[in-house]
Design a protein around this ligand. Structure first.
Ligand code: PLP
Length: 468
């Protein structure tokens, strides 16, 4: 399988190189040159097999010759052996024809583990095979940092450095980053905001000499392998609910458009997806785009579902590439205009196509609290605030009550306990394997809000690792 850039200029790469590259050199994102398909019989045969087996069958065509079949199978098996539910991504019924797909049974209790764990294992395998080592540096406002740390800890070919804003993440989120006791994990508390962390990260990537010195790399949500790891649970849930002989719909709490784009990929592969409900909080750039045909940047406002507090959804560029009939030059031109003016206007056919796949939905914080309270009252199920946005969207925006609707539960309620406590009047408990999180020993380094200070600290940590 070969990968092309959405902006049409960067070199065509195989799976392993597209994964290591992350962003393409022309500023675009890598996508497969063509969509592999699953025959109806192949989808039907997934019902009842283990999650790892299904993950292998669904993702194998995308990996191609980069990794041999037996090795890839072992990587996938090892990846999902770490999850704490035997079904890995269990379905739970909430109401007639309404289902919750629980994606919080990985090590950090959010859906990002499902792809990040795979990415960590793939990175380590490919780098080891090539005799290479990288330093992954990421900035986080919460979920991505801990998922990256858990995915990289203990891998010999990787050091992982996570920058998070000091005193500005929740206690559970901080402890998930600071209590991982591994010599290749480095949690840096920056005296600043999340935007400051991102600005420092950008400065590190823009310093070519430093980039080469530490073999700087990234694992953010534009990495193709992260999309790939997310396609699996759409197909697995669909097959369990009767696909390909029955259509299935999904409601997805959306920020950066990575998760819901994986649903679109499943549809392109042949899964009969009736509807993808794109559910946002008050940061509604994408639901507005579907309503008006024009994407206009706004200001980020903090919400109860912080992992969706985003105004520029970087993965939308992959969708745009297909909406524009895979014309990289037009994508490059539209993205440049968006960077310039803050506006991207879809042509009438592209807008029609987008609205035939996605249904927009928006929910504010008051609606989020009400949804958590109502679902708890009706079912006893405790939703996290991101999941609540999806469940409300699943109820409000579904077009056919006869089609099974699956709402993606992207985080465990204990991860966002303030909002949940406000809604139901009690604090949600952490799962048993994490019950002692608040008592574990923390290790982190507090650093000035300055790229130079971060570079010095990274050099010091890497030198220590080499001696140890
Ligand atoms: C990251 C995240 C989202 C948003 O997913 P995107 O792929 O960015 O659209 C939703 N919910 C939770 C809990 C998350 O961590």
């Amino acid at each position: 399988m070969r990968y092309v850039s959405t902006r049409g200029q960067a070199s065509v790469l195989d799976f392993a190189d597209a994964m290591l590259a992350g962003l393409a050199r022309d500023g675009g994102l890598y996508v497969p040159e063509s969509w592999p398909t699953l025959a109806p019989g192949e989808i039907r045969a997934l019902a009842g097999v283990s999650y790892a087996e299904a993950a292998y069958r669904i993702t194998r065509p995308f990996v191609g010759d980069s990794i041999d079949a037996k090795t890839y199978r072992a990587i996938v098996d090892a990846t999902y052996a770490n999850f704490t539910h035997a079904a890995v991504a269990p379905l739970k019924q909430l109401a007639p024809n309404l289902w919750l797909l629980e994606l919080f049974h990985g090590p950090t209790l959010a859906f990002k583990d499902y792809a990040m764990q795979l990415l960590g294992n793939l990175f380590n395998h490919v780098l080891t095979a090539r005799g290479r080592r990288v330093t992954i540096v990421g900035a986080t406002s919460g979920d991505t940092g801990s998922a990256a740390i858990e995915a990289c800890k203990g891998h010999d070919a990787i050091d992982v450095v996570i920058l998070y804003p000091h005193n500005r993440v929740s206690e559970v989120q901080r402890r998930q980053m600071t209590t991982v006791n591994a010599p290749n994990v480095h949690a840096f508390a920056v005296n600043g905001t999340f935007d400051d962390c991102q600005a420092i990260l950008k400065a590190l990537f823009n310093d070519a000499a430093f980039r080469d010195e530490i073999s700087l790399s990234g694992v953010n949500s534009i990495n193709w392998a992260r999309i790939l790891g997310q396609v699996v649970y759409y197909v697995v849930a669909g097959a369990a609910l009767g696909a390909p002989d029955r259509k299935v719909a999904y409601a997805v709490p959306t920020g950066n458009f990575g998760n819901i784009y994986a649903g679109y990929v499943a549809r392109r592969m042949g899964l009969p997806v009736a509807q993808l409900v794109l559910a946002t909080n008050a940061n509604d750039i994408l639901s507005r785009t579907l309503a008006t045909g024009s994407m206009t940047r706004g200001e980020v406002v903090p919400s109860l579902s912080p992992s969706m507090d985003i105004q520029v959804a970087s993965n939308f560029e992959r969708m745009l590439f297909d909406l524009l009939d895979r014309d990289g030059a037009r994508v490059a031109q539209q993205m440049a205009a968006f960077a310039d003016t803050g506006e991207l206007v879809l042509s009438p056919p592209a807008w029609r196509e987008a609205t035939s796949v996605f249904t927009g939905f928006r929910l504010d914080d008051a609606g989020t609290v009400a949804e958590i309270r109502d679902t708890f009252g009706a079912t006893g199920e405790v939703l996290d605030p991101h999941t609540a946005v999806a469940v409300a969207g699943a109820r409000a925006a579904r077009t056919d009550a006869a089609v099974p609707m699956v709402a993606l539960a992207t985080a465990h309620p204990a991860k966002f306990s303030d909002a949940v406590t406000r809604a139901i009047g009690r604090v949600p408990a952490l799962p048993p394997h994490m019950a002692d999180l608040l008592a574990r020993k923390e290790t982190f380094t507090v650093i000035d809000n300055d790229a130079g200070a971060v570079k010095t600290a990274i050099r010091a940590r890497l030198a220590q690792g080499v001696q140890a």
